[in-house]
Design a protein around this ligand. Structure first.
Ligand code: P6P
Length: 338
């Protein structure tokens, strides 16, 4: 996939061009513009986290029972404040909040809802490992001009109108899809803009990398263990080389590498976490939408992730996502019971 060098295209201009091409209402460009402002503010804090008293944890636990990092809290607040007054949303939902977040009464209620994981991988913050923000946009299903309800969020992933992530790494990028391909923008702090750097990203058809926390190996279903054993083997007769294991422990980083280099990222269910660890609505669904739009596949191991009918805001799902041929290799071994 060619990097873009000759044009200087900001994300705002890109979205407007996309909206024109799809006769969009301009709502989505407003949402992404406001989101990109939030990402710039989070970027600033993430890059100087070691210098100000924003490292470390709060005394609070979130709905997941995880200790809330100070930067988690900050990112959560920044996104809510950036998005609550634009008139595009009727409610929001965050990994950090047990219930949906209402739009203040004095602001107009819009046609969409926003779901987000404000700082995914936040346990890595204090050791300077890449982290990210994940977002998903759905069109509301409840009557217009009323406050959003949980029903607006409990929609299968194929209903998403847009999704993507910000990744705060060696450079900061914003990667999104609105259902017409996947586009990557690299943040240039000297001009304060996200500039188009990865035009129409396509995932490689196959890759040599598998990405999973092998520390859970003995808790997996035997068929998942069989896939992992197979992935690590050189098999002469099948012209198969051993795959490499790459695991950062930050979903945005692991999936972003999978998107660009190919391969497969897995967070399977296990005997302790029967539905796996990752959350369906604001982790698996948005990342699956991006990967599918780039030509990849995303499955729970049983069904297409984007077809799962959600029942609860914070429900979890097993996730196998990546290059189509790599995901098919996993599914073959999961289904092939000897
Ligand atoms: P484990 C981070 O906490 C996260 O939610 C994802 O970003 C990441 O993929 C996963 O958990 C890592 O979990 O159990 O391997 O540490």
């Amino acid at each position: 996939m060619p990097l873009v060098h000759n044009k200087v295209v900001t994300i705002e201009r890109h979205i407007i061009e996309q909206e024109r091409a799809t006769h969009g209402t301009g709502d989505f460009s407003g949402i992404l513009r406001d989101l990109s402002l939030a990402f710039k503010i989070i970027y600033r804090e993430v890059t100087r986290a070691g210098l100000v008293d924003i490292l470390g944890a709060t005394e609070r636990q979130n709905i997941q029972g995880e200790i809330v990092q100070k930067l988690d809290d900050f990112a959560n607040e920044v996104i809510y404040r950036a998005m609550d007054h634009g008139g595009h949303l009727c409610a929001m939902a965050s990994e950090e909040n047990e219930h949906i977040m209402a739009i203040p009464d004095h602001y107009e209620k819009g046609k969409y809802v926003l779901l987000f994981d404000p700082l995914d991988g936040s346990s890595n913050i204090d050791v300077n490992v890449t982290i990210g923000t994940i977002f998903s946009v759905l069109r509301r299903v409840t009557p217009e001009n009323t406050p959003g309800t949980e029903a607006d969020f409990l929609q299968p992933g194929y209903k998403q109108v847009a999704a993507g992530y910000a990744i705060y790494g060696s450079s900061t990028m914003l990667v999104y899809t609105a259902g017409k391909g996947v586009y990557g923008f690299t943040y240039d702090p000297s001009v304060g803009e996200f500039l188009l750097s990865h035009d129409n990203i396509r995932i490689p058809d196959h890759g040599q990398i598998y990405s999973v926390n092998e520390g859970n190996y003995h808790k997996w279903d035997p068929r998942m263990r069989r896939y992992i054993d197979w992935a690590k083997q050189d098999i002469e007769g099948e012209d198969k080389k051993a795959y490499s294991l790459r695991y950062i422990g930050s979903m945005v980083a692991d999936v972003h590498r999978t998107l660009l280099y190919g391969g497969v990222f897995l967070y399977p269910a296990d005997v302790k976490s029967h539905k796996g660890k990752l959350r369906l609505l604001y982790e698996a669904n948005p990342m699956s939408f991006v990967i599918e739009q780039a030509g990849g596949k995303a499955t729970t191991g049983v069904e297409r992730v984007l077809e799962v009918q959600p029942e609860r805001l914070h429900q979890r799902t097993p996730l196998i996502v990546g290059s189509p041929k790599n995901v098919d290799e996993v599914l073959l071994l999961l289904r092939d019971v000897e």
